[in-house]
Ligand binder design. Sequence first.
Ligand code: AVI
Length: 323
Amino acid sequence: MNVHAAALANAHLPDKQTSAFAREAIDDLSREPKRLSPKYFYDAAGSELFEAITRLPEYYPTRAELAILKEKARDIAAFVPKGAALVEFGAGSTTKARLLLKRCAVVAYVPVDISGEFVRAQADGLRMDFPSLAVHPVAADFTAPFRLPEASAEMPKVGFFPGSTIGNFEPHEACRFLRSAAQILGSGARMIIGVDLEKGERVLHDAYNDSAGVTARFNLNVLVRINRELGGNFDLSAFIHRAIYNRERHRIEMHLISRKTQVAGFLGTSFSFRSSETIHTENSYKYSIARFAALAHGSGWKVCESWTDDAKLFSVHALVAEG
Ligand code: AVI
């Protein structure tokens, strides 16, 4: 048994999710350069911090995407077949789905999220506001294959993946997700997807280094979780948030930078940090319209239409499954 496995075996781990978090974090912090997965930002506090980010003056993606969904509502409604089931991959706030549900001839809504409790609560809210809509929540990891509810079997399917969450996938993962979505939705499927656009560095820098420090707290939340859930001893004041634009790779990178030489750890495993050493916590890829179309095409989808806001900050694409 290696040192990591021994640490895990000796620890009191309440559930499978916690032990997966521990195993992954130990693995990722043992790498050079160190990293942590962005999926661990999103506990209840992290999800609230993300909601706060979407309201920041510097964070343009949410406002720009909402503007597109409102302004192009007629074109989007024309793209959605009558009697369709709208399948949302990952369910955040339902604001964007509600815009589509109000204007499109959708008869069923299938929100899919790893948190069953969250997705069922959302479903209840939607049933109240859209009494004639069939709502079928699915608790599943939407990046892996899952079955759609039987009730939607005969309906045309339209996937919905807003927020540029696809930008948090590595390009090969984005391709795998798009292929898997095509399979899940079935032949003739359509998809509406929000993708953040490449733009000047200043706007990107400010969106991910906001003056109120909310993104910094969001980034540090992964260490807060390690301390609370895995008994870690990270000194939060000894790490600073930094987001930089990597122009060659078309992505914003978020890092936690060690302010000094230090040792910190959890579950009996310690990690040494040099002064200025970074933990790479997130990538947020930005696409041009052409590069996204190429990605979609290589992943089994054809782009029918691409809409942007006036300032060309964000894009929403209408895709049709090929073949
Ligand atoms: C969820 N995702 C699309 C956000 C983004 O912009 O990449 C997450 C985020 N990270 C920092 N700010 C927001």
